[in-house]
Design a protein around this ligand. Sequence first.
Ligand SMILES: *[C@@H]1O[C@H](CO)[C@@H](O)[C@H](O)[C@H]1NC(C)=O
Ligand SMILES: *[C@@H]1O[C@H](CO)[C@@H](O)[C@H](O)[C@H]1NC(C)=O
Length: 223
Amino acid sequence: MSQFMLIWSVLWWINIATGQQCSSYQHETVKLVIKSQRNNTGHWVAQVSLNHGAYQHEEGPWELDVDHSVEKCDEEESVHLVATIAVPPRHIHVQYKLLPDLGYYRFHDVPVTWYKAVITCTAENGHLLILNSPKEFTELKKIWDASGVKGDFLHIGINDFDKEAVFVTVLGDSLNSTGYAPWGPNEPNSGATANCGALKRTGELHDSYCSNQFPFFCEKNLF
Ligand SMILES: *[C@@H]1O[C@H](CO)[C@@H](O)[C@H](O)[C@H]1NC(C)=O
Ligand SMILES: *[C@@H]1O[C@H](CO)[C@@H](O)[C@H](O)[C@H]1NC(C)=O
């Protein structure tokens, strides 16, 4: 028997002997198991277990919070047990900053083409910024202004590659459905050769040449 075979056999034997195995749950699937019974001292015991697949580099620890309260009304008592499990969001790039209610964002201050911006955000598990509200613009403008980068425009995740002047987001939704579409005066106005979207510091949208080099935000939605 070769040395390799021997080692392999020993490992295999240890696995069997310890009953060690990896249980794998389908990613995204949550399995909830409730077991209840009266034990032999007469207590009624209910055990709830929740199983969910997770890789360590994708999620932080799960938090479990159990609230226990008893309400008494005349002779009757009611017991409330509420368990809340909070799981941190997945795949958040370390340099993304959370803006509560809005999303996670990373500002890239080095100007690149629109295409490069799209690729950069995708590589970070995010997408090129899609604005959904004036509030989102206002909060991101603070970061943009504070960065000190010059220039009046940012790339944003909209384009009209498919149909001239009909802008859609990089996630495939119509611009009108985003909740933020304040075109600048006479915009979009640069015709069939300007197929990408840009955001002016004033908050207005402009059509823009995809080869223009602007800074940009990458975004990761909360939902
Ligand atoms: C029954 O459950 C109660 C509450 O968990 C526990 O204190 C008791 O020891 C259990 N009895 C047995 C025999 O396991
Ligand atoms: C978006 O909304 C504007 C203003 O309401 C409207 O003029 C335009 O036709 C809409 N565009 C699309 C593609 O639905």
